[in-house]
Design a protein around this ligand. Sequence first.
Ligand code: ADP
Ligand code: MG
Ligand code: ZN
Length: 726
Amino acid sequence: MEVLTDINLKGALKKYFGFDEFRGKQEAVIKNLLAGNDTFVIMPTGAGKSLCYQLPATIMEGTALVISPLIALMKNQVDQLNSHGIEAGFLNSSMNRAEYDAVKQKAINQELKLLYVAPESLVKDEFIEFLNQANISFVAVDEAHCISEWGHDFRPEYRRIREILNRIRNVPIIALTATATPKVQLDIRANLRMMETPLFITSFNRKNLYYEVRPKSNPNQQIIQFIKQNMDKSGIVYCLSRRKVEEIAELLKVNGITAVPYHAGLDPATRTRHQDMFLNEEINVVVATIAFGMGIDKPDVRFVIHYDVPKSIESFYQETGRGGRDGLEGNCLLFYDYNDIVKLEKFMKDKPVSERESGKLLLYEMASFCESGVCRRKSMFHYFGEHFDEVNCNGMCDNCRNPKETFQARDLVFLALQCAREVQEKFGISHMVNVVRGINNQQVTINEHHLLPSFGKANHLKEKEWKSIFSQIIIQDFLIKDIDDYGVIKLSEKGRDFLNKPYDLDLVKFRDYEEIKQKQEQIPTENFKTYDEVLFEKLRKLRREKAKELGKPPYILFQDPSLEEMATKYPITIDEFTNLVGVGRGKAEKYARPFMKLIKEYVEENEIERTTEVVVKSAAKRSMVKLFFIQQVDRKTPLPEIASAKGISYGELLDELEQIIYSGTKLNLDYYIKEEMDEDLVEDIMDYFMHSETDSLDDAEKELGGDATREEIQLIRAKFMSEVAN
Ligand code: ADP
Ligand code: MG
Ligand code: ZN
């Protein structure tokens, strides 16, 4: 070993990997490992953790054993090492027996510097036998957070690593991870018997990333707007489900953004192709589940959007970490809706209890992060156990850029701390919130906490407001979350001092994201109603004239909702017309021109600023279904059969068919009508619509008396529209 520590490390770095300098703490880590010591490394993704074991493995005698959970990455790393001329191999469940044995033999012959292995293989008895035959230089546990149930990627086999290693010759261990909250760190250390091991940690602060959380109202519109403002830049949109990924990718495409989907449900060839398209910049945006991004190293990803809330702050950090790797711009935008948290919680219901419980806590941390008015960096790094005084945000988050309203919180902070003391620092936030709000539930009564002085002292605040206060004073280190006993809150030194000698203190006012969201959602509908009435009247007049010329009822051309939208958005091109409700390309081509002309003149006359607001086209899901209906009608499938194929009622199918017809597609329904209805009745109804002022079903029903059912009338209305309007 002495010889090795004296080796010119930089020379080896250059020789084997072609790099001139070590990054961050790499050199210190490597020296510690070469000296035969256990080593614990926490560095953010992309910091260069692999090199911390790859370089020592290369220069030490024997074979380094690398435990890694990701089979896909193993091959990648081995290929890379081989390309540097370093002998490396891997063992995992994807190999056949012969391949497997060949690699083992190579290791025994000392022909491998590194051997990667998946945890499943590690725990087999025959593997331990093999380890004793091979000359293992040291063991690297990559992605070490997988050890902890409290981490975001728990792997049960990882917990057995120590037990396996005890059965082989004593060698140094290096554990590496990108994310470890204090709780997870402790778990890893305890599990690997590394309590005294020196820790090498690099700051997690990615200074160039801008963090923003927005309430999830109209997310589709917001995303398109955001991406259009960032046109021609690379970005990733993360969604939780495959279905959502497909839907959003489609939505972006229809709206003129080059995007591809990426998720585990696609076949490997398609996945690789989509990934390459992104890397080669043939497209700008990947819409993906979290399956995307592991191991991709595109330096100039300019934005990372979370369509759905991530499962934990760790996930959020890792996923946003794929932005701005080159140190330049990186915008991280998260759409938050508390309902998503509830949904995620429901998804976990089939998991084992302990996993469910820890999953829930991770989710709640995520929710309070989103709802918080405190600097995003500060909350995030506090969560990771980094001291927040050292973290400077420089206005690189929404909460710093637009500071939230604050209030004098001296008395409330005092009350919160007093409560923590009175419950003897043995309870979590929810319970203490119940106490200060005077909620007399079972847990409160059993512990006789309704008798405490702090009980019910501040019931004028909502539960959410109190939770926000507690989480803020935790971030400010007045209270500490107990590491051994998750969720239990203790007083810190600072907290005790405050109780002895309270001082003025500002906290951020709680903002109810639910309320904000609901308010925002109301805006578009209100806008919709406040159309330009003068223009609307002109449009109606024009519609009447044109209808007369054509000898058709007015609603055949455009229906009222379409006119209202014209009077809101002032469309002046065919494309813009096709974006209106109830207007498809066919209808636009056929009827739009005089209306376009009128709107254009009107806009010019009145010097109206047309809204440059992005018009969101609805995505393909619907058009796929539409296509299905059209095809089935072409094939003359009886209508009830079509309806049941899509799991909708007959009435709903008629609505759908009418929508298709209204937007300008001809559908010939005669095959079905002839089978089902009396010829004279059909004629009567056709005649009625020809002369009626309105297309209302109610009116038609009244007029036609009991002769036809509502459904029959609607069916014929569809036929009428198709024949007369299209
Ligand atoms: P991590 O495992 O920490 O996420 P990796 O080990 O995959 O990160 O390294 C990320 C990238 O940094 C790789 O492309 C690697 O080649 C590069 N890298 C690592 N160390 C250095 C260095 N000293 N100089 C230059 N590039 C480095
Ligand atoms: Mg790594
Ligand atoms: Zn900030």
